[in-house]
Design a protein around this ligand. Sequence first.
Ligand SMILES: Cc1cc2nc3c(=O)[nH]c(=O)nc-3n(C[C@H](O)[C@H](O)[C@H](O)COP(=O)(O)OP(=O)(O)OC[C@H]3O[C@@H](n4cnc5c(N)ncnc54)[C@H](O)[C@@H]3O)c2cc1C
Length: 332
Amino acid sequence: MTAKKSVLIVAQDDGGRLDPVVFDTVTAAKRLTGGAQGGVAAVLTGPPGTQALAEELWATGVADVYVAEHAALAEPRADSHARAVAVAVRQARPSLVLVGQTLLGRDLAPYLAARMDAGVIMNATELRLDASGATEVVCPIYGGGVQAVYRVSESPPSVVGFQRTVKSTAERVSHSRGRVIPVDPGLGGFKDKVKLVERSARSGPRLEEANVVVSGGMGLGEAKNYRYIEELAEVLGGLPGASRAICDLGWAARARQVGLTGTRVFPNLYMAVGIAGASQHLAGMSTSKVIVAVNTDTKAPIFKYARYGVTLDCVEFLPAFIAECRKLKSHS
Ligand SMILES: Cc1cc2nc3c(=O)[nH]c(=O)nc-3n(C[C@H](O)[C@H](O)[C@H](O)COP(=O)(O)OP(=O)(O)OC[C@H]3O[C@@H](n4cnc5c(N)ncnc54)[C@H](O)[C@@H]3O)c2cc1C
């Protein structure tokens, strides 16, 4: 008989709310455990007051929430948070630990695994059971072109970093209050080896939440043409994105980069302008509902994914298209 699966989710906050990736991890964990009672628990780590986020977890149907509160957990630093989570893991004894890949999560997962003397797998997109009931973790590799499937050990539980694959939202499935299980993070006298030099606050709308993304690539020819991308994004009520190649050149800010090593986006409309469609770019946008490609090369890989294609010089196309969109908008 297959041993009962249990997953402990490392739930992270995002400015006073749960980070959206937490909802993806809850969905994946429920699928793995088959919705078994008590199969999915979560741990919250943060400064005093963090416990308030337990409400959001209970609403997703996660009943048991381990909470470690300490002033040293106010900053999103991997070492202190991994120490606190490791204590919760010892209490909860799950068969798998799931960490959403936020900035903190990416750092925390390997720290935690080292602390637990366990294995770590990053970039997972799916958890499933094989025919014998063993847990398998699915991860896209080589820029998303191939899927790797790992069969994981449960003792000690493996640590799995999970990435966003869909634009999920918090779905309330439960109205009952669950349990808060206090955790002593054991951080008395803790001294972080990392010094915070500068904090760069994210402000304004987020690329990963946008319904329309217009991205520019090397086909723009020169830095100043990126302004057309910004203008079109604004006219369409969306946000501008970019390929890594133009971020490397400084034509667009790094925060605009879409792809494997940039932001994953989930818009209804994605316009790829002068972008070839390398697998690393596709890894960040191929789940967009409608993809429109503007590229002079009819054999560019992006056209395999695009529903609509334009094979004109983008520097000529963009000003005319922006003007047309403005006209249509003024008539509506
Ligand atoms: C580990 C790793 C991680 C990476 N992560 C990312 C990532 O997160 N995001 C990412 O984007 N890339 C990433 N890359 C880089 C990726 O492999 C490509 O090099 C990059 O996406 C290419 O950008 P591009 O399409 O703008 O440029 P190019 O490959 O140079 O393509 C430009 C395209 O523009 C077209 N074009 C040229 N002139 C015009 C014109 N006048 N009008 C219209 N079209 C025109 C060309 O036909 C061509 O298809 C990564 C690479 C590695 C190795």
